[in-house]
Design a protein around this ligand. Sequence first.
Ligand SMILES: [Fe+2]
Length: 271
Amino acid sequence: MTSLKITPLHPSLGAEIDGVDLSGPIDGPTRQALSRALADHLALVFRAQALTPGQYLAAASAFGPPMEQHYSQHNMPDFPLIGLIWHRHGQQPAEQWHTDHTNRERPPAATILYGVEIPPAGGGTSVANMREAYRALSADERRRLDGLTTFNSLDSGRADTRPEDRDKYGAPIQHPMVRTHPVHGSRAVYFHISKATHIGGMTPEASRAYMADLLDRMIRPEIVYHHAWRKGDVLVIDDRATMHRAHGDYDRRQSRILWRIIVEGDRPRLV
Ligand SMILES: [Fe+2]
């Protein structure tokens, strides 16, 4: 087994992993150690990687089988399991706190980002620990959230969504607002404010207002790791117990290109 060195990056979440070259094969024990590190630290950073698309896909599979992304117009033509995040390709930075692809019955376990071109300033990615966010709520509010579910679809108001993606991924999917982590066993708050059409038993307007209020109250600097990108970084985010957001505070004349892979996860459940 490769000897992993795990260095925490923030008191609440995030760890840098040394001793793994993602361009080569990753043995079984190392895969297990990485999965455990992800469940514990929720965001893993690998520095100075140099990966071809094929090597990147092979490395990502250490965290689960890569799965299709639903805005297929942004996928790499020869490697459709890799999505391109690139403003010159039409994507807006996702600046709202969210977790990915909640409109899937089995949403991704992890989102993996590889920094291919990085602007000299700004353009970071923040990740919030929703396990700690859950713990910090009052017992009454935890009880209330434990009983709520969201109904999820594709984001409304995106003009460039392909009809075939809408057919495949537009059907409403119900998820608990609190989910138990399948590896860690802890609970975390789980929702996507713009993919949730509503919370069960609430109007869309009241649902949105409640989710926005929750985000305001829950996401404090104490539970956020901010990743300032360096070219060659690979950032792995545990989608089962975090939310993340992009920062659009960079010069659009500069290039910022991230390659995104999402890997299969379990159906969210509260136990
Ligand atoms: Fe995202």
